[in-house]
Design a protein around this ligand. Structure first.
Ligand code: ADP
Ligand code: MG
Ligand code: MG
Length: 254
């Protein structure tokens, strides 16, 4: 079973000619087959965690370790992270001009599987996955994220997730900007992937809404750049009722 281990992770960014520490010692273990939710107020550093795992150059790791099955993720290039089985869906996905969804998926699958998927079965796989996610077939020929609506971006993420079958998936605010129907379709996709038992999922969210559709095994409250409390699904219910106030007193979320 694959395991993503984050130990005492410290991360800084440069802002206004100053170095600011955003992550202040994150500890988290996500095993294949488990679903974890990270929940926290805006500005607490949740996306910074996702970007740091993705290897975004703006984020400097100043301490701690991240390993996937014991392999040092922080030493890997962005491509190597994907090949190692790490899937990262960002809160604000980037456009990939001139690359169609269809080509993008096939290139990604080839990189991850180490060989090009057989064309006939691949076309069928993509078509079926798109149908399950209520995605129009014409979508496959559009350029990645170019002019996509919020809902289309999120469906495209889940399409990638279902087709690429990573070991560990980090989904940052997959629920933001979705109407109820899109939220249900996206959640069903995540649940299908989860039911395979082969993917560990780290669901990062500000709102408890998505957790009505996806029941996490573990819930972590994120505040002030670290995990301040962990529990089961009942912790999400508590947050839904009480909000984050108890965790942000004294400006701890900034
Ligand atoms: P969250 O996702 O929990 O809302 P973020 O990780 O987006 O939080 O932001 C945490 C803090 O780090 C904020 O104060 C934000 O302004 C700062 N920050 C994040 N990324 C950058 C960046 N690229 N440049 C400057 N500041 C950043
Ligand atoms: Mg935010
Ligand atoms: Mg964020």
């Amino acid at each position: 079973m694959a395991t993503l281990e984050i130990r005492d992770l410290h991360v800084t960014v440069e802002a206004d000619n100053a170095t600011k520490e955003i992550l202040k010692g994150v500890d988290l273990t996500v095993k294949q087959g488990e679903t974890h939710a990270i929940m926290g107020p805006n500005g607490s550093g949740k996306s910074t965690l996702a970007y740091s795992l993705a290897g975004h150059p703006k984020y400097t790791i100043t301490g701690g370790t991240v390993t996937l099955d014991g392999e040092d993720v922080l030493e890997m290039s962005v491509d190597e992270r994907a090949r190692a089985g790490l899937f990262l869906a960002m809160q604000y996905p980037v456009e990939v001009p001139g690359v169609s969804v269809s080509n993008f998926l096939r290139t990604s699958a080839t990189a991850i599987r180490g060989e090009a998927p057989k064309l006939r079965t691949w076309v069928k796989e993509v078509k079926e996955a798109m149908q399950r996610l209520n995605i129009d077939p014409a979508f496959a020929e559009r350029n990645v994220n170019e002019g996509f609506s919020g809902g289309e971006k999120k469906r495209h993420e889940i399409l990638q997730l279902e087709l690429l079958k990573p070991k560990v998936a980090v989904l940052d605010e997959t629920d933001s900007g979705l109407d109820v129907d899109a939220l249900r379709v996206v959640s069903e996709g995540v649940n299908r992937v989860r039911e395979t038992g082969e993917v560990g999922t780290l669901l990062i969210t500000h709102y408890t809404r998505i957790l009505r559709y996806i029941k996490p095994d573990h819930v972590h409250v994120f505040s002030g750049g670290r995990i301040v409390e962990s529990g089961g699904a009942e912790l999400a219910d508590k947050l839904e009722n009480e909000g984050y106030e108890a965790y942000t007193k004294g400006g701890a979320s900034a």
